[in-house]
Design a protein around this ligand. Structure first.
Ligand SMILES: [Zn+2]
Length: 225
């Protein structure tokens, strides 16, 4: 009980909402969340393991490794590319807390853009968090923005943003420079959004990921729906 209380105090020092820290995160760096790894989790790391330029930044984020007993393929799942798409975040958290791997390996990043979760989306403002009542008490899940927080980016938004894919000629609003979904393959020492994208790409390559899922969602009023 004492250990649990200490963990809660550490988490409260890092984030403006109650959370249970499961990873030792240096003060002043990434936010941690109410994620309670299940027995399937064999190790927990930070994305900065694959992208050192993310260490001690709000873009660093927890990476959960679930190794099966037998060899097999590697599957990667990311939630939270967009911090206001809470279903993908919670689906990834459900995997961290409940998945059991028999063969191969599952790697889960519930908050791909951990900066976006700390901001309010100016175009689609929502609640700062949602609370789910569970037998273990209330669980609080942060609800954020579609993009990296402007003050975290390390560079002003350009007037127009062109997707880094050389085949793309689409001209986007400058704010899209902070959209992780428009930043791949990323830049090792670029803006915070570029560094996050680069870190995820490095993880996919170094860990020999066979299949990667990036969880998104759309409201019923969206053109995507
Ligand atoms: Zn999305």
């Amino acid at each position: 009980m004492i250990l649990r209380m200490m963990v809660l105090v550490v988490a409260a020092a890092l984030c403006p909402w109650p959370a249970e820290a499961q990873v030792t995160v240096p003060p002043g760096s990434a936010c941690v969340h109410d994620i309670r790894p299940g027995p399937g989790v064999t190790s927990t790391k930070m994305l900065s393991v694959w992208a050192p330029a993310l260490a001690y930044t709000p873009g660093d984020t927890q990476v959960y490794m679930l190794d099966g007993k037998e060899p097999g393929g590697t599957v990667f799942v990311a939630g939270g590319t967009h911090g206001n798409e809470i279903a993908g975040i919670v689906a990834a958290i459900v995997l961290v807390e409940h998945a059991r791997i028999q063969k191969g390996r599952l790697i889960v990043v519930p908050h791909a853009n951990n900066s976006a979760i700390t901001d309010v989306d100016p175009e689609r403002p929502g609640p700062s968090s949602i609370v789910v009542n569970t037998p273990a008490g209330d669980r609080t899940f942060r609800y954020g923005s579609r993009r990296t927080k402007a003050s975290h980016q390390g560079a002003p938004d350009p007037t127009k943003y062109i997707h880094p894919n050389p085949k793309s000629t689409e001209e986007l609003p400058g704010t899209e420079a902070r959209n992780l979904n428009r930043a791949y393959p990323g830049v090792a020492d670029g803006t915070l959004t570029q560094r996050i994208a680069w870190g995820i790409m490095r993880l996919l390559l170094i860990e020999n990921v066979d299949v990667a899922f990036d969880f998104h969602e759309a409201g019923p009023e969206s053109r995507l729906a």
